[in-house]
Design a protein around this ligand. Structure first.
Ligand code: ADP
Ligand code: ADP
Length: 231
């Protein structure tokens, strides 16, 4: 069952660079899907299109069978897509709970009280085993902790499909191991995950399938079980 289908995606940037050329990309409900390929292969561009950060020059996006065209990240978020960037979009001097609800209040027309934000953060943190202190200031947190807050933020906004952009690049080996456990919990809870990475070893450890991009096109989709140790 494909929860997402991107078909024939082409993206030509204003400077004439063709970052994506007739790319097909699909996600099965509940899978962890690796998006791999060398620097410049077009991975980020494809995910920016999915998250409403870039407009495709051509192609089609279907979410649960329904045609989509996201103009902004807000559109994508409203349809249950979440993105965890390599560079965190958190306010360092605010607490975790404050960061969690930042930007949500006006949208929903309700002022979220601090204690309510703390409670919501704690609840999500417990449910997904993403252990953070809601009252800690973000500037006091490790990179791994900040990443957890980013994931929790996406979950609080209703993300069912989570895009993680090279999440392990900034992590220690222990933090990476912890992240993998958390991704498996997310999967168990029914979330679908896109894991952008070029470390095949890591990908093999937790991903169900892999799409390999090369020079702006998809060079193939494989079941992880069929991928050998080369590359
Ligand atoms: P990857 O994520 O696989 O490293 P990108 O999607 O970032 O690949 O980049 C694909 C190609 O598009 C590269 O040649 C890159 O320089 C180019 N590119 C990326 N973003 C832009 C942009 N905003 N404007 C012009 N060219 C871009
Ligand atoms: P990251 O890999 O952390 O996303 P990048 O260095 O790939 O950072 O890109 C930083 C920003 O510059 C992105 O918004 C990207 O779209 C843009 N960018 C990347 N390559 C190019 C390029 N060749 N021309 C113009 N903008 C680019």
């Amino acid at each position: 069952q494909n929860v997402l289908e991107m078909r024939n995606i082409t993206k030509v940037y204003q400077n004439g660079v063709t970052a994506n050329r007739n790319v097909d990309f699909s996600l099965r409900e509940g899978e962890i899907h690796a998006l791999a390929g060398e620097n410049g292969a077009g991975k980020s561009t494809l995910m920016k299109i999915l998250f409403g950060m870039e407009a495709p020059s051509d192609g089609e996006i279907r979410l649960r069978g329904e045609g989509m065209r996201f103009q902004t990240p807000q559109d994508a978020i409203e349809k249950g897509i979440g993105m965890v960037h390599q560079h965190f979009m958190l306010v360092p001097s605010f607490t975790v709970a404050e960061n969690m609800v930042l930007g949500m209040e006006p949208k929903r027309g309700l002022g979220i009280h601090y204690e309510e934000a703390v409670r919501m953060t704690q609840e999500l943190s417990d449910k997904y085993q993403l252990t953070v202190d809601p009252r800690a200031k973000v500037e006091s947190l490790s990179v791994g902790m900040k990443q957890k807050v980013e994931i929790l933020k996406a979950l609080l906004r209703g993300a069912k499909i989570l895009i993680l952009d090279e999440p392990t690049a900034v992590l220690t080996p222990q933090e990476t191991e912890e992240l993998f456990k958390q991704l498996l919990v997310l999967k168990q809870e029914g979330h679908t995950i896109v894991f952008i990475s070029h470390k095949l070893k890591e990908v093999k450890a937790i991903c169900d399938r892999i799409t390999i991009m090369r020079s702006g096109t998809s060079a193939g989709v494989f079941d992880m079980a069929d991928v050998t140790e080369q590359e």
